[in-house]
Design a protein around this ligand. Structure first.
Ligand code: ZN
Length: 310
């Protein structure tokens, strides 16, 4: 598979506070692992431009976007607090615009048949950002911006968004709540931040809460029993993945016990669905994953499966 790796140096400049788990080194850990495992040269490398106002407005309110632009601090000014764990420094807006722009670029590269699938190594992450507010380390909902782009520009009728981050993607659920073109499939630890997640609606929203301490077998069972039959029925024309790796057993942000082979397994399943229904089209975007070596190894296995390597 021709797989793109999309990232931007600005994504390393967004920094909240010293010791904050959502830190620039996360992207370096992934890059380091891909280079040391000789995967770097298998990838086609791209740098995104900023997401436009028009692209952001498809999923966010004008008020939310204007609020981030207005409060983006100048150099030397204090951080702007979006919630108790989510702050903007003077580089955050640039990073967030590039992160959202990466998904748009990935969609265009795939639809123009320049690549088959893509991994966007971007931060800040996105899946907690709702229609009208940022939260949980997220400012713009990157995966939602990308999904809305393919729906609008290429008139697709059915797309799926897969989310295996350990936290529920409340933002993605909020944004596509009333859009029958979008099937959202999630696994997440419950109860856990952000304590959201509506009951499953077949054909629209497949939520699989997993109990604390659940491991690979429980995760794979949920994917096999809940996601795959719905994906087979829905026949998505494009697959988006909110790829959070914080359900790894080494990650102390939560208590699920996945390992990197689970990420490879689930990605292979999505590659198979994409081969069958979506002309191989997958855009995956980084969400969580906070223990650097576990993040590097998990992202490596995910990307191996996207490329089609063992
Ligand atoms: Zn997370």
């Amino acid at each position: 598979m021709k797989t793109a790796y999309i990232t931007h140096p600005d994504c390393l400049k967004h920094e909240m506070t010293q010791g904050h788990p959502e830190k620039p080194a996360r992207l370096l850990a992934i890059q380091d692992q891909l280079q040391s495992q000789q995967l770097w040269d298998f990838l086609e490398h791209f740098e995104p431009v900023d997401a436009s106002q028009e692209e952001l407005l498809r999923v966010h309110t004008e008020k939310h976007i204007a609020n981030l632009f207005k409060n983006s601090p100048q150099a030397g000014q204090p951080l702007f607090h979006v919630d108790p764990d989510t702050y903007m420094n003077e580089q955050t807006l640039n990073a967030a615009l590039k992160a959202a722009g990466a998904g748009v670029m990935a969609v265009d590269l795939i639809m123009e048949k320049k690549i088959e699938n893509a991994f966007c190594a971007v931060r800040p992450p996105g899946h907690h950002a709702e229609h009208d507010q940022g939260m949980g380390f997220c400012f713009f909902n990157n995966i939602a911006v990308a999904a809305a782009h393919v729906l609008k520009k290429y008139n697709l009728e059915r797309i799926a968004i897969i989310d295996f981050d350990v936290h529920h993607g409340n933002g993605t659920e909020d944004i596509f709540e009333n859009d029958p073109r979008v099937l959202v499939c999630s696994t997440y630890e419950h109860p856990l931040y952000p304590y959201s997640g509506r009951p499953t609606i077949p054909g629209r929203l497949i939520n699989c809460p997993l109990k604390s301490r659940s491991a690979g077998p429980e995760f794979r069972m949920a994917v096999q029993k809940e996601w795959l039959p719905e994906l087979e029925k829905f026949k998505p024309q494009f697959i988006f993945i909110s790829a959070g790796f914080d359900a790894h057993w080494q990650d102390d942000m939560a208590q699920l016990q996945l390992n990197e082979s689970d990420y490879q397994w689930v990605t292979r399943k999505m590659v198979q669905i994409a081969e069958k229904y979506s002309k191989d089209r997958i855009v995956s975007m980084l969400e969580g994953g906070y223990v650097l070596d576990a993040l590097g190894r998990s992202a490596e296995q995910h990307i191996r499966a996207l490329i089609g390597l063992d």
